[in-house]
Design a protein around this ligand. Structure first.
Ligand SMILES: *[C@@H]1O[C@H](CO)[C@@H](O)[C@H](O)[C@H]1NC(C)=O
Ligand SMILES: *[C@@H]1O[C@H](CO)[C@@H](O)[C@H](O)[C@H]1NC(C)=O
Length: 223
């Protein structure tokens, strides 16, 4: 009973503050909240909430994630990302944080993208990585980040990385949202089905060039 009324209070608080909680993650109202697999997600107009299990049932293992020892799967740009969110690491639920391991092959790139809901700090575990972001005046801040260095990518700003070293590189990055969102510019533009005439006018490209970009970023949008 007690647990149910807590869920209700949490729900009401979340709904009342729905708009703020879209802007950034809300502060936790308890030490932690390990989702109870029995309940699954509770969906509201604004967000999905994972109700907590009784904190007396939490164990140390709930707060340890062991899945980052190897890289994720590589894409054709030579990038492997392994994003860790509360779905695969329940211990971080409600803590306003998530993280990712990214590996880049020699010459591999992480294409320009942004996270609408999070600032990111990226630590180069190994390698030499040309890294940067673009501010809202289109000024680029970029340089090669060496092993042991950290770069911050401010919330919502376009950023990118490229392995310019002679060995594979590994990056560990932390984001200040448990659901930072990810928008990759090439696929958002050419892989989302935006009207072709608009794309031609916006980018000064012809029908054939748009087709090439669409085939590359989402073959489903080629008609
Ligand atoms: C959590 O579990 C403990 C021990 O089983 C119990 O005493 C307590 O009432 C439970 N708390 C809630 C909120 O259900
Ligand atoms: C990599 O691909 C395999 C096979 O498709 C899949 O089981 C695994 O979850 C993927 N790993 C990641 C981190 O996405």
């Amino acid at each position: 009973m007690v647990e149910k009324s807590w869920v209700l209070i949490v729900l009401v608080v979340f709904i009342m503050h729905g708009d703020e909680s879209l802007a950034s993650d809300p502060d936790p109202i308890q030490d932690f909240c390990i989702p109870n697999p029995k309940f699954g997600y509770i969906k509201t107009a604004h967000l999905s909430i994972l109700p907590c299990k009784n904190s007396s049932e939490a164990t140390t293992d709930d707060f340890v994630f062991s899945g980052l020892k190897s890289s994720g799967n590589f894409t054709d740009t030579g990038l492997a990302t392994f994003p860790v969110n509360p779905t695969i690491f329940p211990g971080i639920n409600t803590l306003g944080i998530s993280f990712v391991r990214a590996d880049l092959k020699v010459g591999g790139i992480n294409p320009p993208h942004f996270h609408p809901r999070a600032t990111e700090i990226a630590y180069v575990v190994q390698g030499s990585v040309y890294s940067g972001f673009v501010d809202s005046n289109n000024r680029v801040f970029s340089r090669v980040i060496e092993q042991g260095e950290v770069m911050v990518f401010p919330k919502g700003l376009l950023h990118f990385q490229m392995n310019v070293g002679e060995k594979p590189s590994t990056i560990f990055a932390c984001l200040n949202s448990q659901n930072p969102g990810l928008q990759k510019i090439p696929s958002a533009i050419f892989g989302s089905g935006i009207n072709e005439e608009l794309l031609e006018k916006a980018f000064g490209l012809n029908h054939k060039q748009i087709g090439t970009m669409r085939r590359r970023f989402d073959p489903k949008t080629v008609n």
